[in-house]
Ligand binder design. Structure first.
Ligand SMILES: [Zn+2]
Length: 306
């Protein structure tokens, strides 16, 4: 019998990752391409190319639908991208689901990348058998998803869970959403790098590399230590608020910083210190397990009707 596949892609501001996925969560050869910067038409053409590459790679298998996880705010029900970062020019307002369904005559499901990642972790990763959890992804920005009784919290037009734009400082740093003091201006990797550059006078550049090198120097440099401690505290503050709102049993942290044990330990310790005891009893703060694959796995569950 031939295998059924979902053709899945995850569209980020920097890379598009893609793979066929089967019903058991097997990711068949993850690939990635740099995201087109040619505006709407360029990006759409790239999406079509990738879909065709996946359809041609099914090797006798059966592609039963196309799943698209995208950065930006997505209305899953209508299949529309409601807003997107500056990294995806022209993506706003695009009716992606209809465009793809009409072109390929197959079902297409789309959702926000962090919501997809949360579903991926729920079915195949850190949140297996966990019904109530909050997912926070910390990278260039801060994304989030809230799952209650096994279902994503969507809100009025499908975009609930934008935890990066909770305000944690009155009159704080300006955010690209137009507001001031948003969580992602303090908890993102971008924010950490900016603070390091400012406070440590570029001692630790090159700026473009990952953040592991910063944490490796934690014990050597007192000023760096102070910056990282404050950073961990800011991440923890957001967690404390989210725990009060959602009463999750797990908080799952994904993205670049989750691979750093030192930071995870600090964040966990600081969050536990501040969370109300009644919430703390059953609370675990853990790292995401499926990394790059989580959003592909998550969007595949829509195609397979989980
Ligand atoms: Zn904001």
């Amino acid at each position: 019998m031939s295998t059924d596949y979902a053709a899945c892609m995850d569209i980020g501001g920097t890379f598009i990752k893609y793979s066929l996925v089967d019903i058991n969560g097997t990711v068949v050869g993850l690939k990635k391409k740099k995201t087109s910067k040619e505006g709407k038409e360029g990006l759409l053409a790239q999406v079509f190319d990738i879909i065709e590459e996946m359809l041609n790679s099914a090797n006798g298998g059966n592609v039963i639908g196309i799943g698209i996880s995208s950065a930006g705010q997505v209305n899953h029900w209508r299949g529309e991208v409601l807003s997107a970062t500056d990294n995806l020019p022209g993506w706003v307002g695009i009716d992606l689901k209809s465009i793809i369904e009409n072109k390929y005559n197959t079902t297409c499901q789309i959702d926000n990348d962090v919501k997809c990642a949360a579903l991926g972790e729920m079915h195949f990763g850190a949140a297996k058998n966990v019904k109530d959890f909050v997912c926070i992804t910390i990278g260039t920005g801060v994304g989030g998803a809230i799952v209650e009784n096994g279902r994503l919290l969507r809100g009025n037009n499908g975009i609930a869970g934008e935890v990066g734009h909770m305000v944690i400082r009155k009159g704080g740093r300006k955010c690209n959403c137009g507001n001031y003091g948003c969580y992602e201006q303090y908890a993102s990797v971008t924010a950490l790098k900016a603070t390091v550059a400012k406070k440590l006078r570029k001692t630790y550049l090159p700026y473009d590399t990952g953040v592991e090198w910063l944490f490796e120097r934690y014990n050597e440099d007192e000023r760096l230590r102070a910056v990282i401690d404050r950073y961990a505290e800011d991440i923890a503050l957001g967690i404390v608020s989210l725990v009060s709102i959602a009463n999750p049993s797990y908080v799952i942290i994904g993205g670049a910083v989750s691979s750093c044990e030192l930071l995870m330990d600090k964040v966990t310790e600081l969050a536990y210190e501040r969370v109300m005891p009644v919430f703390k009893r059953s609370l675990k703060i853990v790292r995401a397990l499926r990394g790059n694959e989580a959003s592909l796995l998550g969007v595949s569950t829509y195609i397979f009707g989980y």
